[in-house]
Ligand binder design. Structure first.
Ligand code: AMP
Length: 419
């Protein structure tokens, strides 16, 4: 069922409670918290501008970090209020809590077009617990509810679900923001009946994290290209040697079922035929979490399906990258989730970058729709300077994955249906 969007609301003079994703990376500098990347703030500007033009009285709510229900000054949203004011070119008031008398008074005094940012909702335990009394307190200051925080929509928290129910119970409408609307369109509607060939590229660390997505996409895709460490679990199923590569022996039964399903449905399921490998050497040091630190020595090409006993696979090799790129260039719809290797290390980033280039070429030269399903593939595209050259990059990590699995996200379910 299609959901109401912020464009369907009449907001003049109304207090609109807008859940945004302002969980921005911050670091301490000279005793102050400084925002390192304001992409998430920028992503909310279209919705905010629309609301301002419509004469809404805007109340913004968000979480930052994991303060676990306690006030934690390093996780205050105050720096975000200043940054947002800068970016939107108008004052943004800040409330040092998200519920209570003072907040209610400030929200009540807002004029049309004013913006108020509430303090971190996770300073209250009721947020993550989706406590009904806490949701009712949040809801006191809202006539209408808008959710533009796709990245938090897979959580049933008070500000993503409970407060919407409070507003709806009073007859108020609950709508998707413009960013949320785009996420639902590209990760949902566009993949319902995709232009073909529909090529899915899956990578990342673990098969177990992605198996539900694989299972669902096996019903839609023409081809699935697999990279990253998870490729080695599939090779393990096929009886090849995987050396010291990151494999999940427990996940071999589900991996085997996926291979069988692909064969059954005639989906081409491609695995790397060459790899970049290296020899892991224990440095004897421990990292911050107390885990041994390894150095990866002697990075080299392994032109075989078996990986030597002393080595670990870290990237797809050049011949696999060429084969995958050819398939990608012939696609009309592309969905990409997860890097082809440990791309954070330049020695193992080539495969991911080659795939990124092919995705961009297909998009720019043959009009393919390219949808990047969040998380590390977005990071990898941005690292290659290609972020603005694909059709859509999701802002969600866990939320994109759950949505692609076909799950109903609580933050989406809580919105009003379009009549
Ligand atoms: P995910 O969050 O499941 O998409 O996994 C992303 C992470 O997988 C990145 O941090 C990569 O460094 C890591 N990764 C990808 N390929 C490999 C590999 N072959 N060996 C170890 N880590 C990998």
């Amino acid at each position: 069922m299609a959901k109401l969007t912020v464009r369907d609301l009449s907001v003049r003079g109304k207090r609109v409670f807008v859940r945004v994703d302002y969980n921005v990376p911050m670091a301490e500098k000279d005793g102050q918290m400084v925002i390192n990347d304001s992409t998430r703030i920028k992503e909310t500007l279209p919705t905010l501008r629309l609301l301002i033009e419509g004469g809404a009285r805007i109340i913004l709510a968000a979480h930052l970090g994991r303060p676990d229900g306690k006030k934690e000054s390093s996780m205050s949203l105050r720096p975000v209020a200043a940054k947002l004011a800068d970016m939107i070119g108008r004052p943004v008031a800040f409330a040092d809590d998200c519920v209570g008398d003072r907040v209610e008074k400030t929200a009540g005094a807002l004029k049309d077009g004013d913006i108020l940012l509430l303090e971190n909702t996770r300073f209250h335990a009721g947020e993550e617990g989706n406590d009904s009394a806490f949701a009712a307190q949040l809801g006191k200051i809202a006539d209408l509810y808008v959710n533009d925080a796709f990245g938090a929509a897979h959580r049933a928290h008070a500000s993503t679900a409970g407060v919407a129910q409070v507003v709806a119970a009073r007859g108020g409408l609950c709508a998707a923001g413009l960013l949320m609307e785009r996420e639902l369109k590209f990760l949902g509607d566009e993949l319902e009946s995709p232009a073909r060939p529909f090529v899915v590229i899956l990578g990342g660390a673990k098969v177990s994290d992605k198996i539900q997505v694989i299972d669902r996409l096996l019903e839609k895709a023409d081809m699935i290209l697999v990279g990253g460490a998870m490729a080695y679990t599939f090779r393990l199923v096929q009886g090849y040697k995987t050396g010291k590569s990151l494999v999940e022996p427990d996940a071999t039964p589900v991996a085997a079922r996926a291979l069988a399903k692909a064969a059954d449905r005639g989906v081409r399921f491609l695995l790397p035929s060459d790899n970049i490998i290296a020899t892991p050497v224990n440095t004897g040091k421990l990292n911050k979490k107390g885990k041994p630190v390894f150095e990866f020595q002697n990075a080299r090409l392994n032109d075989s399906l078996d990986i030597p006993d002393d080595a670990e696979g870290f990237d797809i090799g050049p011949s696999t990258a060429r084969r995958y790129s050819e398939v990608i260039r012939s696609a009309k719809t592309i969905l990409w989730n997860g890097p082809m290797g440990m791309f954070e290390d330049a020695r193992f980033a080539e495969g991911t970058h080659e795939v990124a280039k092919a995705v961009v070429e297909a998009t720019q030269n043959s009009g393919a729709k390219s949808i990047i399903g969040g998380g590390d593939s977005v990071k990898a595209l941005n690292q290659a300077g290609l972020g603005d050259k694909v059709t859509f990059m999701s802002t969600g990590g866990g939320a994109s994955l759950e949505f692609l699995e076909g799950a109903v996200l609580p933050g989406v379910a809580a919105l009003s249906d379009k009549k």
